[in-house]
Design a protein around this ligand. Structure first.
Ligand SMILES: Cc1ncc(COP(=O)(O)O)c(C=O)c1O
Length: 448
């Protein structure tokens, strides 16, 4: 079952002439024969350059929380930009957004930036300025953006290179960064209560921050063990460490108040991006007033030409308004649960061993194992090849998922019951194509 991708392939060849690997972010490169060119999106669907339609579960790596080209957001942006976009002064849009944002997240204060990378980078600087300390804890397989301090032991690193669990190595996620910078970071396996406690005890007053993705949003949505986030909170309190939640993926995706609301644990600082703007580039660093107030002109830097620009602020305002006033999370969780149950059922009936991780608005499926992973190392023990084959079969049937099981399936408010039913039909066909085994109910139905 092959899609006609003639125009898509031709456009990609053109892209490759002028853009390294034909993509403007390395993560988008799936190989010369498999990198797509997408020309438009609407609601839960996207179309490639050949007009093949896909149900989109990648959603731009997570930001599209309401649906592609969601009318309330595009209209708000179109209206706002009639009157200019960038003024080098505060605009009413930013004030309205800050009020709404702090109300929804429970954070005292917020500063805007443009990307998740900027948000976590500034959060780290603020934590260092606040504590006067330089080191920070980061967990293996967690991704906090594309800057040097945090680009160690990132997702995708060969697990063999991480060394023993008791003595984790800090493995560079990219060439081109200084070696010495690794000394600022303490790298630990996620969900390891004892190791984090031992690290905090031994480095104690040198640690400025614990930076954590509350759900491993770049490793299949691996969940925190019960009590894990509370444990980090207690250690941070005991040692005067700033607890930073990287909510770039979880923020405005798993609850109105993000992971802090979902798990009932308060961070000192948090970084937000993605779902906050439904696909428009906007991010935020938010936190307790005592910590945020170290940001001061001439003292602790935060800034950027486009921070809080009208496009970003109008988009975020419109997105958060829908999230605040409509049953977005209730609906996404219901639909997501239907999808997870349906997938689980189909795989079970086809006899394919699997586990499902994450929450219904952001979940993954892993093959060849029967226990949920708890960290990057245990995640790596699964059947990647089967996932890739299934992903390819799904894409051929019009369901766009990432070809890498690390990246969760994301839902939006536009994924309605019909979209889920369509997905499950394609899923069942894809499982059959990959395994040769039809689910038991279909076989019986046919025989009858
Ligand atoms: C948890 C997390 N933090 C930070 C980032 C960086 O965000 P951005 O790509 O907007 O710079 C990402 C990106 O995927 C992310 O998943």
């Amino acid at each position: 079952m092959k899609l006609n991708l003639t125009k898509t392939r031709a456009l990609y060849q053109r892209a490759k002439q002028y853009i390294p690997y034909g993509v403007n972010s390395n993560f988008r490169y799936w190989g010369d024969d498999r990198t797509y060119v997408i020309s438009r999106g609407r609601g839960a669907y996207i179309w490639d350059a050949d007009d093949n339609r896909y149900i989109d579960y990648r959603l731009g790596f997570g930001p599209i929380i309401l649906g592609h080209a969601y009318p309330a957001v595009t209209q708000a942006v179109c209206e706002a930009i009639q009157h200019g976009t960038t003024f080098a002064f505060t605009t009413p849009w930013e004030i309205e957004l800050a009020e709404r944002f702090t109300r929804m997240t429970g954070m005292d204060q917020v500063r805007l930036s443009n990307t998740g990378t900027e948000a976590t980078m500034h959060a780290l600087r603020i934590a260092r300025a606040y504590t006067g300390r330089e080191r920070f804890i980061k967990f293996e397989g967690q991704y906090h953006g594309n800057y040097d301090y945090v680009m160690f032991s990132t997702p995708g690193i060969d697990v063999e290179k991480l060394g023993s669990r008791a003595m984790p190595r800090r493995v560079k996620g990219t060439e081109g960064m200084p070696n010495a910078i690794r000394n600022y970071m303490i790298s630990l396996p996620y969900n390891d209560f004892e190791m984090v406690e031992a690290a905090v005890k031994s480095y104690g007053e040198e640690i400025a921050a614990i930076m954590v993705e509350p759900i491993m949003g770049n490793v299949a949505g691996v969940m925190p063990e019960p009590g894990w986030l509370q444990h980090l909170r207690r250690l941070a309190d005991a040692y005067g460490i700033v607890l930073i939640f990287d909510e770039v993926k979880t923020g405005f995706r798993i609850a109105r108040g993000g992971a802090q609301e979902y798990f009932g644990v308060k961070a000192d600082l948090a970084a937000y991006a993605k779902a906050m703007g439904n696909g428009f580039p906007v991010s935020a660093i938010a936190g307790r007033k005592a910590i945020m107030s170290v940001v001061e002109p001439g003292k602790v830097a935060h800034g950027g030409t486009y921070c809080g620009n009208v496009v970003a602020a109008a988009a975020a305002n419109a997105t958060l308004q829908v999230l605040e006033t409509e049953p977005v999370f209730e609906q996404m969780f219901d639909r997501g649960q239907e999808l997870m149950d349906g997938i689980h059922d189909i795989l079970g009936r086809a006899g394919v061993p699997h586990v499902m991780t994450g929450v219904p608005s952001m979940f993954s499926l892993l093959f060849g194992r029967d226990e949920n992973p708890t960290d990057y190392r245990t995640y790596c023990q699964n059947d990647f090849a089967f996932y890739e084959r299934l992903a390819e079969a799904l894409i051929e049937r019009g369901v766009m998922v990432d070809d890498d099981s690390r990246e969760p399936w994301f839902l939006s408010y536009s994924h309605d019951a019909q979209v889920i039913a369509e997905t499950l039909t394609a899923f069942e066909e894809a499982v059959y194509a990959v395994t040769g085994r039809r689910s038991v109910s279909k076989v019986f139905a046919r025989a009858a």
